[in-house]
Ligand binder design. Sequence first.
Ligand SMILES: [Zn+2]
Ligand SMILES: [Zn+2]
Length: 445
Amino acid sequence: MRLALRLVACSVAACSAFAAAPEAALRSAVAAKVSADYPALEALYKHLHAHPELSLLEEKTAARLAAELRPLGFAVTEKFGGGHGLVAVLKNGPGPVLLLRTDLDGLPVAEETGLPYASKSRMRDLAGREVATMHACGHDIHMTCWIGAARALVALKDRWSGTLVLVGQPAEETGVGARVMLAAGLYREFPKPDFALALHDSATLPAGTVGLIEGFAMANVDSVDITVRGIGGHGAYPHTTKDPIVLAARIVTALQTIVSRETRPVDAAVVTVGSIHGGTKHNIIPDEVKLQLTLRSYSDAVRRHTIDAVKRICRGEAIAAGLPDHLMPLVAVDETQSTPATFNDPALTRRVRGVLSAWFGADAVATIEPEMGGEDFGRYSRTVEKIPAVLVRLGAVDPKLAAESARTGAPLPSLHSSKFAPVPEPTLTTGTTALVAAALDLLAR
Ligand SMILES: [Zn+2]
Ligand SMILES: [Zn+2]
């Protein structure tokens, strides 16, 4: 409600007037603070980078962030939501509540960047397997900028009024963290935000730039497990069997028509069969084949239709193959594990874009394309409170490499790649400054 009033009050003309003439003294105060902090921030970044922890196992990472925030005067709650979730609150007079979220987790990837501070870490995952770990998605960048912003905003406390709620969220990579923190009462136990903001690094935008998009930014993600059942037998006597390999092949092909024939061409959707396993030997027809799918969409209606269509096609193809009723394919979609789409509130996105354009120059603020990747940040605005939220993408690629890639068309290492090597500077300064600039505007006195 407060957002609506503030946005009405902050007309387009007023916002652009502010954008056109940001307070130079404030900007140089922020620049001086971030620059004085930079050596410590880079050291923190390299420490976090070298010590990644897997989803739901972010114990030392969360403890380190808590230790950074307490001396700044934040009221810090650790292990919120049953995992290693961290909530740090700073009340600084009347005004709106701004939630800034960072994610904490790394990935089971063996780093191959060759950087001097590359991770050599290994740890046991939740299943007990020992795996190499890497911050291959750049969550170490997000954490560092989040700490950098906390320091700068504390130093500039007299320049804003309101409440900061810093959320250190576990398990972004598994789509679990935001859900458990919200279910544990994030908006009941702590001040309820008027806005939510997060950074995510980009493996294509050059460092020193940011990217925004209004509306859908990231997709609904659903994982589907299908067991195609048949009646096995000898490969030489197929007429005595119901071959689940042929049936699985038909299902894989028919699934392609969900997007191409059943979905409005202007609606985005993806159906990918990422895994197919069945059989043991040349001349044995097996009893079952297992498929694993990822489904992506933006709207709730397309998501629902896609899931229902997968179930219908599996059943229909099994009927066509002559399977008896008790051997229909088993289609498992654990909808509690789904990640909802990230929708950037258009008014908030425009407002943040105006601020970042004023601070960095319009050339450094790109309009990016929506993606079908997943990010559980969308959950923060999908509660009854409907908090307006925006995910700002942060350029992390060495600008020379980005220019070379644009010239030659050679792809850069993507997020989650063992070779993803973001440049600390100017990435960290840009990310920190972006959070501070947005906060100073949203919590303006
Ligand atoms: Zn990731
Ligand atoms: Zn990520």
